[in-house]
Design a protein around this ligand. Sequence first.
Ligand code: DC
Length: 222
Amino acid sequence: MPKLVIAIDGPAGAGKSTVAKALAKELGLKYLDTGAMYRAVALAASREGLKADDGERTAEVASHTEISFGEGDPPPILLNGEDVSSQIRTPEIAELASALSTHSAVRKELVKRQQALVAEGGFTLEGRDVTTVVAPNAQVKVYLTASLEERATRRHVEMQEKGMSAPEYDDLRRQMQTRDHRDITRDESPLSVAPGATLIESGGMTIDQVVQKIKWLIPIED
Ligand code: DC
């Protein structure tokens, strides 16, 4: 029996990270936040003065950039060894990451690394293409979503709790809507419900309820 892989895709603010981290903890799996890798590449690109349409040059920058995760809970993301965990969480970097992720050269570079990371299994990973492209053979595939209003409210509260400078709720909701639309309609591996994936509407559910529901999806070993 290959080691367990749980792959979770869904739009921004659906609770993917929280749920994936909780599952990793409960089940003793490693956790991979693929969005953090797109955000790290976006940060590296912006430091080089690159813009949203500089796909080829961004892929080139990415190919020379070491992206790794340090020790910790949650694991810090390192860009050439520098901890950039907070810097990648701004709305500007979220927007640039979404725009740059539409370029196939950028995706190719990151998918290759993500597949190498999870090759041995024992992972829970989350993103926009982990059930469709990165780990289509995962034993558990979930599409986690909720209404735009619920997701924006959740993200807004989360940013305030973390002491981050949160935009006005309406602005945040608009930003998330634009980003979702781009992530869903892009030509290159758009966010979609993978064949065999279970759709979970997290609206009105607690994190623990979502976690338990996903645990029920794990196939029983013989
Ligand atoms: O999950 P996140 O909000 O940190 O992701 C930021 C952006 O990165 C997202 O809007 C689209 C892109 N992304 C992607 O294209 N594929 C992934 N597997 C993860 C993120």
